[in-house]
Design a protein around this ligand. Structure first.
Ligand code: ZN
Ligand code: ZN
Length: 313
């Protein structure tokens, strides 16, 4: 018998795995499997190989399953059981500290989050939020605009909008996605949209991207379209008594004084000149007339004073 072959048989009889023999002797595992097919291993040796195999088998699903419900691969070693219990307690404490929830709730939450994150999409059909007519129109129109959306990669954003992979679009995100509503509008208008042009969903649903549901607006019009109606207060001016309206969000002060105009505020609190226009703004003849009247009044008063002093003396 070939010496290498003899060595291989020896090693196998001592319970070594094909991998161990391969690394030691340099014979391929398929060759070994053929050469050593008649050697039977004892139960102890088989258990050892099993353990080795399980130790090396760590892939995502398996490890996750083992992490959450430790049922497989358990030994009856009391020391290990105690360690398991400690780890379980620690996990519980961690879950509780982090979410305030018990382990079961935490688990279901984690599963729900994972399901949300890895929601599989149908690679052939466009998502249900796109109707067939819109989809077909975009398929026809988008190439005419110089780019082609890859409808295999349609994602739903967390904010309710839907984006499509379209890496040759001039305004795609760094990852190559373009919001579907913008693409639909571009296809409808048959021209690329400017960045200052805003697409508005008429029925308010951000994932309803039918061609007749999207319109082109500017930011100001769009803000108006989305503005909630302002609640108004019907009030009466504390100075002039006129009634006026004012947004409810503007607080009424503790004094209860409300004014319709700023001039009412000034006159109520006696600020500035009151009810008298600035003399500088008077026309010159009016200014002259007032000065003459003042002089006349001054002279009159002086004459009266002189008369009084002469009578008393
Ligand atoms: Zn809008
Ligand atoms: Zn007023």
């Amino acid at each position: 018998m070939h010496p290498l072959r003899e060595q291989a048989r020896n090693l196998r009889q001592r319970g070594k795995s094909y991998h161990e023999i391969e690394t030691r002797l340099g014979i391929g595992r398929s060759t070994l499997a053929y050469m050593l097919r008649d050697i039977q291993l004892t139960e102890v040796q088989k258990a050892r190989l099993d353990r080795r195999q399980r130790r090396n088998q760590i892939h995502f699903g398996e490890s996750q399953r083992r992490f959450w419900n430790k049922t497989s691969g358990r030994s009856d070693n009391p020391k290990q059981a105690a360690r398991r219990e400690i780890m379980r307690q620690r996990r519980l404490a961690y879950c509780h500290a982090r979410t305030g929830a018990e382990l079961e709730t935490f688990k279901s939450k984690m599963r729900a989050a994972a399901a949300r994150r890895y929601k599989p999409h149908n690679p052939i059909q466009p998502p249900r939020t796109l109707d067939q007519a819109t989809y077909r129109m975009c398929l026809r129109q988008a190439p005419l605009l110089g780019y082609h959306p890859n409808w295999n990669y349609v994602i739903s954003r967390g904010n309710g909008y839907v984006a499509v992979k379209c890496p040759d679009h001039p305004r795609c995100t760094p990852r190559g996605y373009v919001p579907v509503h913008r693409l639909v509008l571009e296809c409808k208008l048959k021209r690329p949209l400017l960045s200052k042009e805003v697409t508005h969903h008429l029925n308010g649903k951000p994932d309803d991207n039918r061609a007749d549901n999207v319109t082109n607006t500017n930011p100001s019009e769009h803000a108006k379209a989305h503005a909630r109606p302002c609640l108004m207060n019907q009030l009466v001016c504390s100075f002039c008594g006129k009634s006026f309206t004012r947004p409810k969000r503007r607080k009424i002060p503790l004094s209860g004084n409300v004014f319709d105009t700023q001039s009412c505020v000034a006159r109520f609190y006696n600020l500035g000149r009151i009810g008298r226009p600035s003399p500088r703004r008077l026309p010159p003849e009016e200014k002259r007339r007032r000065k003459a009247a003042y002089v006349r009044r001054w002279r009159q008063r002086r004459r009266e004073a002189l008369d009084k002093s002469t009578t008393t003396c």
